[in-house]
Design a protein around this ligand. Structure first.
Ligand code: NAI
Ligand code: MG
Length: 362
């Protein structure tokens, strides 16, 4: 039976890059059969209907689809009554507990000074400071405002995302063995780096650290070949900029993961090329890292590469790594040529021209 994929372009350039990704998925030589379903969500939809994420979108994804591709949402920076981000809600409804972001350098004239690296950042996606348990009150001692936020770290969430990190370390190793090209930048044993700050936050980060460590310690047969190291989050940032080539899989609690994954993207190019996937046990949602880019929306010049790589990540997590790999290779070949690039990469090409160039390489 075909793979049923929900398409949620949402706002701005999401409406341009998601159809581009769809076109490439449909054009994979000997690729899987797909059935695509168009689904509503976003700020524009909210302005028309008063809801940002209709129940029908959630129901269709849950009951009919194996995966989805999400474009981008515009979120107003002031508070709008009744509006909350559909992407955050979707992660919750579909229990997409890990945000996975590969950061790989690709030789290209568009990124002349990039370092050679091939890392995978896995960010816990459901808790930490992002549970949004905040409050503000008046401090009785000073008479001034004071605000607090709760931070949640659970053994349950830490264990499942830690397990994903060790599994991904093994599957990346397998891919490297199958495809020598993938061994360019990583020649060591598979490695998981656990990011934390348990020297200060000994209870929350302490629980995170112990739980992720225990994944390997309690499964030494399965994960014996994976090296495990730890890095405090501040020195993680330092090391990531100094020696990014020393990381393989990096696993972090939500807030730290959010920050280091945007920082890592700066090492390998522009927002327009960086993909991510929200992954759960039974559902995967690919999502370019960029936003709705109102400054260029509707002009036909959005870079489709982040969305196309997100589609490849989706395939990888739906059990089609060989097709994912073909897509990555075609994208990388276009970047390496440097002939067909959108303006964000210094080129003059349109979204459609980049799609056609990638299609040719496929
Ligand atoms: P943005 O990522 O939309 O744009 C930042 C800059 O990068 C802009 O100059 C834009 O033109 C450029 N850019 C981004 N993606 C591009 C692409 N594919 N091709 C070419 N250029 C690209 O971030 P910004 O401007 O901070 O936010 C705009 C809106 O997007 C806001 O409403 C924000 O809330 C939302 N946003 C949504 C995200 C999501 O849906 N996950 C993530 C980030 C922002
Ligand atoms: Mg972010």
């Amino acid at each position: 039976s075909p793979l049923k994929i929900g398409l949620i372009p949402a706002d701005g350039i999401g409406k341009e890059v998601i159809p581009a990704a769809q076109k490439l998925l449909e054009s994979l030589p000997n690729g899987p059969k797909f059935e695509f379903v168009q689904l509503d969500a976003g700020f524009e939809y909210f302005k028309k209907t008063g809801t940002a994420l209709p129940q029908a979108t959630i129901d269709t994804l849950k009951s009919e689809c194996q995966g989805a591709l999400f474009g981008a949402v515009s979120s107003p920076s002031h508070k709008v009554a009744g509006y909350s981000s559909p992407i955050v809600a979707l992660r919750k409804h579909l229990d997409l507990y890990a945000n996975v972001r590969p950061v790989v350098s690709v030789p290209s004239p568009a990124f002349p000074n990039q370092r050679e690296l091939d890392m995978l950042i896995i960010r816990e996606n459901t808790e930490c400071l992002y549970i949004k348990s905040e409050r503000q009150e008046i401090d009785t001692a000073t008479g001034l405002k004071v605000a607090y936020a709760d931070r949640k770290i659970s053994e349950y969430a830490s264990k499942r995302v830690g397990t994903m990190a060790f599994n991904m370390a093994l599957s990346r190793q397998k891919l490297r063995e199958q495809k020598p090209m993938n061994q360019r930048f990583w020649k060591n044993n598979p490695r998981v780096t656990i990011v934390h700050k348990s020297n200060v936050m000994s209870i929350t980060d302490g629980l995170w650290r112990e739980t992720v460590r225990a994944v390997k310690e309690n499964n030494s047969e399965q994960y014996g070949s994976v090296d495990m190291e730890e890095q405090l989050v501040d020195s993680m940032v330092y090391r990531m900029f100094r020696e990014p080539e020393t990381f393989d899989v990096v696993v972090a609690p939500n807030l730290y993961g959010d920050i280091i994954s945007d920082g890592a993207a700066a090492l390998v190019g522009s927002l327009g090329v960086v993909p991510s996937a929200n992954v759960g046990d039974t559902f995967v949602m690919g999502e370019p890292v960029h936003g709705s880019a109102p400054d260029i929306a509707g002009k036909g010049i959005a870079n489709p590469i982040a969305a196309i790589r997100s589609a490849a990540l989706l395939l990888e997590h739906l059990g089609h790594p060989e097709h994912a790999s073909k897509l990555y290779d075609a994208v990388n070949a276009v970047l390496a040529d440097g002939q067909t690039l959108t303006p964000d990469l210094g080129g003059i090409s349109t979204t459609d021209q980049v799609v056609d160039a990638i299609l040719k390489k496929l």
